[in-house]
Design a binder for this molecule. Structure first.
Ligand code: GLS
Length: 817
C-alpha cells in the first residue's frame, strides 16, 4: 500500500479564518474594533494548534524508535517570546505576514504584544532555552524540565535614576503557549519523618511517614526545531494544593485553615528567586528544587516503566543532565525511589544513579556554590538527609582507601561539611554523576585545577568541558533579518542549521560591494534600535555614531564600573579637546541588579547620573551619549545585539564562567572588547587576534596580583586620568545634590583592595579603546573585521554544543529523518 502523503501541518490557506475564529471562540472577543492584543492571541492559538499536531507526530516517532532520551533539569528557562520563534522555525513567516496584513496588522506589531517568558535570571536559563531549540533541531530525543513560575524575574523600572522592581505577572492575560495537563497530577511530599520497618522477608526498610503533600501539575510548552518537522517540549511544573483534590480538610469544617495550607502549597511555584545574596537559608527555595526533582523523576520513571525494560537498563534509556547544582537533590531522590520504593539493593541503585546523572557547573563564584544546612534539609526532606549521609559515609571510605590517614582531605571532600554541618550540593553532584563539565575551556580548567582538584585526582576523566553555544535561529535568523537576508543571498540558507557554513563569507570581507551591503544591514538595525530607544525613553540617539554596548546582569565581577570609568575619561578628554580625533559614540548599558545587591544597584545609579550629566553637556553633545536601557530581557536583546558594533565583555579574568552574550554579539558582527575570560578566549582564537580588542590581566595574573597584595592606591596615584575620573565620581560631580552617593563604590575600590581589579585593568582598557577608535575611523577595515567575526563564529552554535553533550556525556544518537 502506498504511504499516505505527509499531512501539511502548516495549512496557511485557512490561517486568517483560524485567527478570527480563535478571537471569537477562545478569547470571547469581538473582531471589532481590531485590537492588536486580541489578534496576537488569535494568531498564537492558530499556530499552537498546528504545532500540537506536529508534536504528537514527533512523540509517536520517539516511541517507535525506543531511543534513549535526555532530561534536562533546570530551575530556569529563559525563552523570551515564542510567537516569532515558532513562526520562523516552522517556516511560516511569509504566510503569517500575509495573514496579518489581510487583517490590517503588521506581524511585527502583533509580535510586540507578547510578554516575555522570563523564567530565568540570565545566561544559565537562556542557555537552557538555546539547548532546547538545538535538541529539537538536531533531533536529539530529549525534554526540558522546570518550574512554571507565576512570576518570572522582576520587571525593572528606573525611577529618579534608581532601579525599582515590579512583579512580573507574565501570564496575567493568559498564555497561549502553555498547555495544562490537568489529567497527569503527581503528589510530592515534604516534611514528616523517615520510618524504619521490617518487610515480610525480614529486611530492614525505610518509608516516608506523616508527610505533607503538594500536587504537581505538568504544563507543556512546545519547542519546534528548525524546519518544523521535529517538535519537542519542556514540561514545567505548577504547584497545586492537595486540599483542592481531597475534600477531607473542608469536610472537617476547617475551611480557612484548609485554605491557608492551600496557599502554602501553591506558593512553591509562585516566584523565581533572583540570584541574590545567599538563598541557601531559604526553605521555599529548597522546596522548589525538590518539587521540580520529585515530579520530574516520577514522570521519567512512569515513561520508563511504560516502555518495558527493568531498572538495570534505566541508564541505557535515560540520561539526566543537572543544570548547575540546583536540581542535585535528584541524586538522593532517585536513590530513595530505587531503594525504598523499588526495593533495589544499595550498590545496584548507586550504580544506576551514577550512570544516569551528569552535572554542569556554571560558576566558580563561591557564593553560588550551594550548601544547605543539614538540619534544614533534614526537616524538609528527612529521608533524603539519611540517604545523603549514607552516600557520604561510603564515599569517604573510598577517599580513605585512596589516601589512608588523610583526614584533612576527607573533611575537604565530604558531602556534609563536618565543621559547618552543611550539605555541599556540588560535592553530591560530582559524586553522584559520571561526568562533570564546565562551560568554556578556561572555566573547565579552573574547575579541575583550582576548585575541585582533589575530586579530579580521585576520578580521572570525570571532569570535562563543553563550551557553551547559542542558537543561530533566534540570535541571527530571527533577531537580525537584515543580515540574515544578506548572508543567505550569498551563501544559501544552510547556515541556519550548519553554522560552520558561515566561513564561506570569509572571502567576501575583501569585497567592497559586500562590505557596503554589510554596513547597510548594520545601519538598518541601528535605526531600528534608535526608534526603540526613542519609544521607550524619549531619548534620541544617532545611528551614525559608534554603538558601544554592554548588556548583562549587573555584577561587580562583570565590571560595568570599568565601562563607566572609560566613559568618564572619554568625557574629560572631549571637554579638554573638542576636536579630538575619535568617532562619536553612543554607549548603551543595560542589566538588572539583584534586588538585594546594594553595590550593583548603586552602579546603576552611577550610570544614570553620568548619563544625565554627559547628555546635558553641550560641549560634547554630538560626540558622546550615554543610555541606560531599562528592563534588559530577551526581547530587548533581540533588538540591541544586532545593532551593536562594539561588544563589551570585560569581566575580571577567571570569573565569568563562559558568557553567551559575547557569542551573540560576535555572531551579529560586533567586535569584542574584552578580557581573556570565559569563552572570550575561544572567540579570540576563532575570529583571530586582529579582529578583537583584548586587554587586561589573565586569570593567572589576577590570581598572582591578588596573592601579592594588590595596592590600588599606588596605581591611582600613578595615573592622572584615572585619579581624575575617580575623584569626579567620589566628590559628587555627577550628583551635586548628593555628593556622597558613590562613596561606597570608591571605598570598595580604594579602601578594600579593589577585589575585581578595576584599577589594575583601567589603563589597558583605555588603550584597547584607543585601538577601537582608530579602527572605527577606517570604516572599510572595521567592516572587514566585522564580517570576519560573523564568518568565524560557527563553533559557537548550540547545535555543536548539544551534539557534544549527546556524544560524550549522554551517549545518545540523534534520530534519523
Ligand atoms: C552562568 C555564568 O555566569 C555565565 O558565564 C555562563 O555563560 C552561563 C551559562 O553557562 O552560566 N552561571 C550562572 O549562575 N549564571 C550564568 O549566567
Amino acid at each position: 500500500m502506498a504511504k499516505p502523503a505527509a499531512p501539511d501541518f502548516h495549512q496557511l490557506e485557512s490561517l486568517g479564518e483560524d485567527i478570527k475564529r480563535y478571537v471569537l471562540s477562545i478569547l470571547g472577543n469581538d473582531l471589532y474594533p481590531p485590537d492588536p492584543f486580541r489578534y496576537y492571541s488569535g494568531l498564537a492559538y492558530a499556530i499552537r494548534e498546528r504545532l500540537i499536531r506536529m508534536w504528537l507526530a514527533t512523540q509517536a516517532s520517539y516511541y517507535d524508535s525506543m531511543s534513549k532520551r535526555v532530561y534536562y533539569l533546570s530551575m530556569e528557562f529563559l525563552p523570551g517570546r515564542f510567537l516569532m520563534n515558532y513562526i520562523t522555525n516552522m517556516g511560516m513567516e511569509d504566510g503569517c505576514r500575509q495573514a496579518a496584513a489581510d487583517l490590517g496588522f503588521s506581524l511585527d506589531d502583533l509580535a510586540e504584544e507578547e510578554r516575555d517568558a522570563g523564567l530565568g535570571n540570565g545566561g544559565l536559563g537562556r542557555l537552557a532555552s538555546c539547548y532546547m531549540d538545538s535538541m529539537a533541531t538536531q533531533r536529539i530525543p530529549g525534554y526540558g524540565y522546570g518550574i512554571l513560575y507565576d512570576y518570572g524575574l522582576f520587571h525593572q523600572r528606573i525611577v529618579n535614576g534608581w532601579q525599582e522592581e515590579e512583579a512580573d505577572n507574565w501570564r496575567r492575560h493568559g498564555s497561549p503557549w502553555v498547555i495544562d495537563r490537568v489529567e497527569h497530577l503527581y503528589e510530592v511530599k515534604f516534611y514528616g519523618r523517615s520510618e524504619a520497618y521490617t518487610d515480610p522477608q525480614g529486611v530492614l526498610r525505610y518509608r516516608w511517614a506523616e508527610a505533607d503533600t503538594v500536587m504537581a501539575m505538568p504544563c507543556d510548552i512546545l519547542i519546534p526545531g528548525h524546519g518544523g518537522k521535529h517538535v519537542t517540549n519542556m514540561r514545567l511544573w505548577a504547584a497545586a494544593s492537595s486540599t483542592g483534590f481531597s475534600l477531607r480538610d473542608f469536610n472537617q469544617g476547617d475551611f480557612l485553615g484548609a485554605m491557608q495550607s492551600k496557599i502554602h502549597s501553591e506558593n512553591i511555584s509562585k516566584v523565581l528567586y533572583p540570584n541574590d545574596e545567599p538563598i541557601q537559608g531559604k526553605e521555599l527555595r529548597l522546596r522548589q528544587q525538590y518539587f521540580l526533582v520529585a515530579a520530574t523523576l516520577r514522570d521519567i520513571i512512569r515513561r520508563h516503566k511504560k516502555s518495558g525494560p527493568g531498572f538495570d537498563e534505566f541508564p541505557d534509556q535515560v540520561a539526566i543532565q543537572l543544570n548547575d547544582t540546583h536540581p542535585t537533590i535528584a541524586v538522593a531522590e532517585l536513590m530513595r525511589i530505587l531503594v525504598d520504593e523499588e526495593f533495589l539493593g544499595w550498590d545496584e541503585a548507586w550504580a544506576i544513579c551514577r550512570r544516569t546523572f551528569a552535572y554542569t557547573n556554571h560558576t566558580v563564584l563561591p557564593e553560588a556554590l550551594e550548601t544547605w544546612p543539614a538540619d534544614l534539609l533534614g526537616r524538609v526532606l528527612p529521608r533524603h538527609l539519611e540517604i545523603i549521609a549514607e552516600i557520604d559515609r561510603r564515599f569517604l571510605l573510598e577517599v580513605a582507601a585512596a589516601h589512608p590517614g588523610d583526614q584533612g582531605r576527607q573533611n575537604r571532600l565530604a558531602i556534609i561539611d563536618p565543621a559547618s554541618r552543611r550539605v555541599r550540593m556540588a560535592h553530591l553532584a560530582i559524586v553522584g554523576s559520571h561526568k562533570v563539565n564546565g562551560v568554556a575551556r578556561l572555566h573547565s580548567d579552573i574547575l579541575r585545577e583550582k576548585v575541585f582538584p582533589e575530586f579530579d585526582a580521585l576520578y580521572p576523566g570525570k571532569f570535562t568541558n563543553v563550551t557553551n553555544g547559542i542558537t543561530p535561529r533566534r540570535w541571527l535568523l530571527q533577531a537580525n533579518p537584515a543580515l540574515s537576508r544578506l548572508i543567505t543571498a550569498r551563501i544559501g540558507p544552510d547556515w541556519t542549521t550548519d553554522l560552520d557554513r558561515l566561513a564561506e563569507l570569509l572571502p567576501l570581507a575583501e569585497d567592497p560591494d559586500f562590505r557596503k551591503d554589510w554596513r547597510a544591514a548594520k545601519r538598518e538595525n541601528k535605526k531600528r534600535l534608535a526608534r526603540y530607544v526613542l519609544r521607550k525613553s524619549g531619548m534620541g540617539i544617532n545611528p551614525d555614531t559608534l554603538f558601544d554596548v554592554q548588556v548583562k546582569r549587573m555584577h561587580e565581577y562583570k565590571r560595568q564600573f570599568l565601562n563607566v570609568l572609560h566613559v568618564v575619561t572619554l568625557y574629560n578628554r572631549l571637554r579638554r579637546d573638542p576636536h579630538l580625533a575619535v568617532p562619536p559614540r553612543t554607549v548603551l548599558i543595560g542589566g538588572k541588579a539583584a534586588p538585594g545587591y546594594f553595590m550593583a544597584k548603586r552602579i546603576i545609579r552611577l550610570i544614570t547620573a553620568v548619563a544625565e550629566t554627559v547628555n546635558a553637556d553641550d560641549a560634547v553633545r554630538s560626540r558622546l551619549r550615554v543610555v541606560f536601557l531599562p528592563n534588559y530581557c530577551v526581547s530587548q536583546a533581540e533588538k540591541v545585539i544586532p545593532a551593536a558594533e562594539l561588544s563589551q565583555q570585560i569581566s575580571t579574568a577567571g570569573m565569568e564562567a563562559s558568557g553567551t552574550g559575547n557569542m551573540k554579539f560576535a555572531l551579529n558582527g560586533a567586535l569584542t572588547i574584552g578580557t581573556l575570560d570565559g569563552a572570550n578566549i575561544e572567540i579570540m582564537e576563532a575570529v583571530g587576534r586582529e579582529n578583537i580588542f583584548i586587554f587586561g590581566l589573565t586569570a593567572k595574573e589576577v590570581e598572582a596580583t591578588r596573592a601579592a597584595g594588590y595596592d590600588p592606591g599606588r596605581r591611582v596615584a600613578a595615573d592622572a586620568e584615572l585619579a581624575e575620573a575617580l575623584d569626579m565620581i567620589g566628590r559628587g560631580y555627577f550628583t551635586p545634590s548628593e555628593p556622597d552617593l558613590f562613596a561606597p563604590i570608591l571605598d570598595n575600590l580604594l579602601r578594600h583592595g579593589d577585589y575585581y581589579l578595576v584599577t589594575a585593568d583601567y589603563r589597558a582598557c583605555l588603550e584597547a579603546q584607543d585601538a577601537v577608535n582608530a579602527l572605527y575611523l577606517d570604516p572599510e577595515a572595521w567592516t572587514a573585521a566585522s564580517i570576519r567575526n560573523t564568518a568565524n563564529m560557527g563553533f559557537f552554535s548550540s547545535d555543536r554544543a548539544v551534539l557534544e553533550y549527546a556524544k560524550n556525556i549522554w551517549n545518545i544518537e540523534p534520530l534519523g529523518e
